[in-house]
Write a protein that binds this ligand. Structure first.
Ligand SMILES: Cc1cc2nc3c(=O)[nH]c(=O)nc-3n(C[C@H](O)[C@H](O)[C@H](O)COP(=O)(O)OP(=O)(O)OC[C@H]3O[C@@H](n4cnc5c(N)ncnc54)[C@H](O)[C@@H]3O)c2cc1C
Length: 414
């Protein structure tokens, strides 16, 4: 039976009608975004600090919790996660990343970890009300961004003590150095490039892990981004994600010329990209709505500026492209949830289009607000700064085009 046939049997049919559960969840998240996230956004952007009180509030109501994110991930229609993320990021992208950054680490453990690892570490990445925790996923390095195969951080196994010893420097880690649980991608066999890599959990308080420089950023400034330095970090054997037997079997397959699960890894990436796309859709929608409302109020030449075709046409383009980005995002999320094959890299398509839409729409919003749009008294300049991240992280737009290009031509596009 083909992947598509299996999915058709197992999964829900695609529908643009949200289920009652998804609709209720959307309204609940929207209320939090409107009443708690958005009013706090400008302050935390200026402070460039992790918004702990907002994370605490979200934890109190159960939004910042492994249960909430897992429930949306497994929501049967596939719309739970994109709908939730769009609402959170509609509130604010910087605070949104602070609230969802732990999910990256959680997904890397849940997609490749053993049931014991999932049970032990995921709760420690979120904590509980009054004792919130963070997770960080550390793959990128100063010399390994788009080129993940160039990772130099080394993990060496010491059989006598059943420990792995990690050394290297990670760059750009969301929550890096302030997280309770760090997931580190390291090379166990440098000769094999990305096929010789594995991921490791570094438990809270492990000696040798420290924060390097904290980056001062253009946008998403409420989200902490920093280097993570690993200096002889020793973690027990059980911290190798997936376990040693699976790693040894994979390395043996590579040595025999096999692909060592590259297809599975691609699938995981394709499934996670619509989540980032949904974040971008949230920012774009916020900017469109704000600019539309402003265009109805602001009067020049005796009429609302929105009555000028020049402005109304811009709003028309903005509305259409936000909806188009959302539709690609929902399609990819549904494909991921129902196990469909991403034959045209539909996950990458959603991330590419939504990221570039967010940049364009937020820029148009500034234009519609005129001078006000260019000031920090209005949120659209912040949304424009925030939007730019969506063409950079989780695979740049160029890398998404390369992946889609390969999928649609079948050529080894470089
Ligand atoms: C705010 C923020 C948060 C982040 N969070 C995390 C995190 O939590 N964990 C983590 O591991 N990483 C994280 N990253 C890192 C992010 O994923 C990388 O920045 C991204 O993958 C790009 O890598 P780079 O910055 O090294 O750019 P480079 O790879 O150096 O790219 C530079 C330019 O060259 C282009 N380019 C590179 N290779 C090609 C090619 N083959 N074809 C065409 N163009 C190419 C790129 O598209 C880009 O335009 C974060 C980054 C930022 C800014």
């Amino acid at each position: 039976m083909s992947v598509d046939e299996q999915a058709a049997q197992a999964g829900a049919e695609f529908s643009l009608d949200m289920s009652d559960d998804v609709r209720q969840m959307r309204d609940w998240v929207h209320e939090f975004a409107r009443n708690v996230i958005r009013p706090a956004a400008a302050e935390w952007d200026e402070r460039e600090e992790t918004p702990w009180p907002v994370i605490e509030e979200a934890s109190k109501i159960g939004l910042y919790s492994i249960d909430f994110f897992a429930q949306q991930w497994f929501e049967p229609t596939g719309l739970g996660t994109p709908v939730a993320f769009e609402e959170i990021f509609w509130g604010d992208a910087g605070i949104g990343l602070a609230l969802t950054g732990s999910c990256l680490a959680a997904v890397s453990v849940s997609s490749n970890g053993t049931p014991e690892q999932i049970g032990e570490w995921l709760p420690q990445m979120f904590g509980s009300p009054g004792d919130v925790k963070l997770g960080a996923f550390c793959s990128s390095e100063p010399d390994a961004g788009s080129d993940v195969g160039a990772i130099r951080t080394r993990a060496v196994y010491q059989q006598a003590s059943d420990e792995w010893v990690l050394n290297g420097t990670k760059a750009w880690a969301t929550n890096g150095g302030i997280a309770d649980v760090h997931v580190i991608v390291a090379s166990v066999d440098p000769a094999l490039g990305s096929r010789g890599q594995a991921s490791f959990i570094v438990p809270p308080g492990t000696k040798g892990l420290s924060q390097g420089q904290k980056f001062r950023k253009h946008g998403v400034r409420a989200s902490h981004t920093a280097e993570v330095v690993l200096d002889d970090v020793r973690v027990p054997g059980r911290c190798l994600i997936g376990g040693k037997d699976r790693l040894d079997a994979r390395l043996a397959r590579v040595a025999d010329g096999g692909t060592a699960g590259e297809q599975a890894a691609m699938r995981t990436f394709e499934a996670s990209r619509p989540v980032v796309a949904a974040m971008a859709v949230g920012v774009a929608r916020a900017a469109f709505e704000y600019a539309r409302d402003y265009s109805l109020e602001r009067v020049q030449f005796g009429r609302p500026v929105g009555q000028n075709q020049a402005i109304a046409f811009m709003l028309a383009d903005m509305a259409a492209s936000v909806d188009a980005a959302r539709l690609l995002t929902w399609r990819a999320s549904w494909m991921a949830r129902s196990g469909r094959k991403f034959s045209s890299a539909e996950g990458s398509m959603s991330k590419l289009v939504a990221g570039e839409t967010a940049v364009r729409v937020t820029e148009q919003a500034i234009q519609i607000l005129g001078g006000n749009g260019y000031t920090r008294d209005y949120p659209v300049e912040r949304w424009h700064r925030d939007a730019k991240i969506f063409t950079i992280f989780e695979g740049t737009s160029e890398i998404q085009r390369m992946i889609i290009g390969r999928a649609v031509t079948g050529l080894d596009v470089r």
